[in-house]
Write a protein that binds this ligand. Structure first.
Ligand code: GRF
Length: 197
C-alpha cells in the first residue's frame, strides 16, 4: 500500500519540493501533509501550488514548552496519519517523547557527512577543519540530535577558495537528489545505504 508522507519544514522548502515532486505515479509513497512551525515559510505556498495540504503550528506561543508545541504538532500529524515523517529544514529540536511516538518513521537531511558536524554551521566547520570533502546525509531520527542510522550520503569536493555559501550551494542539489532516493527505498522497507555520486 502507498505510504503516507508528512514533510516538516521551517523555511524555503527546496528539499520538500524535491520530495513532493519525486512522488509521482507508481511511487511507493505520496505526500499527504506539509507542516511548518513558521507561517511565513516560503515552502508552504510551494506545497499548496503542488496541491499538497499544508498546516502551521507556530512554536513561539509555547516558549520553552516543547511538549505543548509537540502536542499541537501531533494533533496535525494524527489527522494526516503519516507512515513516514520527513524533516526537511525543520529547525526545531524534537523531544524523545515525540521521537518515541513516531519511532523508526522519522527521516532527516543534514548538510554534513555525519557523524561529522552535527548541529549548525556545518559548511563553515568543514572549511575551517580543512576538509577536502563535504556533503549531506539522510538519517533516521533518534533521541540524539543529528544522530541515528545513516541511510544515505552524497559527497562533494571542498575547494580552497570555498565560503560557507559556495559550499552550501554545491551541496544543496545533491540533497535534492539524495533525499528522494532514500525516501523511495525507505518506503519499500529497504534500509540499505544510498551513496552518491
Ligand atoms: C538544507 O540544507 C538542509 O540540509 C538543512 O536545512 C536546509 C533546508 O533547506 N537541514 P530547504 O528549506 O530544504 O531549502
Amino acid at each position: 500500500m502507498t505510504k503516507r508522507v508528512a514533510i516538516l519544514i521551517s523555511g524555503g522548502g527546496s528539499n520538500m519540493l524535491a520530495l513532493v515532486k519525486s512522488m509521482t505515479e507508481g511511487h511507493p509513497a505520496r505526500a499527504v501533509l506539509v507542516l511548518s512551525n513558521n507561517a511565513d515559510a516560503a515552502g508552504l505556498q510551494k506545497a499548496r501550488d503542488l496541491g499538497v495540504a499544508t498546516s502551521v503550528v507556530d512554536h513561539r506561543p509555547f516558549g520553552k514548552d516543547r511538549t505543548g508545541f509537540e502536542a499541537k504538532l501531533n494533533e496535525a500529524l494524527d489527522l494526516a496519519k503519516p507512515d513516514v515523517i520527513c524533516l526537511a529544514g525543520f529547525m526545531r529540536i524534537l523531544t524523545p517523547e515525540f521521537v518515541a511516538k513516531w519511532r523508526a518513521r522519522i527521516l532527516n537531511i543534514h548538510p554534513s557527512l555525519l557523524p561529522k558536524y552535527k548541529g549548525l554551521n556545518t559548511h563553515l566547520r568543514a572549511i575551517k577543519a580543512g576538509d577536502f570533502e563535504a556533503g549531506c546525509s539522510v538519517h533516521q531520527v533518534t533521541d540524539e540530535l543529528d544522530d541515528g542510522p545513516v541511510l544515505g550520503q552524497a559527497r562533494v569536493p571542498v575547494f580552497p577558495d570555498d565560503t560557507a555559501e559556495t559550499l552550501a550551494a554545491r551541496i544543496l542539489p545533491f540533497e535534492h537528489k539524495l533525499y528522494p532516493l532514500v525516501l523511495e527505498k525507505f518506503a519499500t522497507g529497504d534500509l540499505s545505504p544510498v551513496n552518491l555520486p
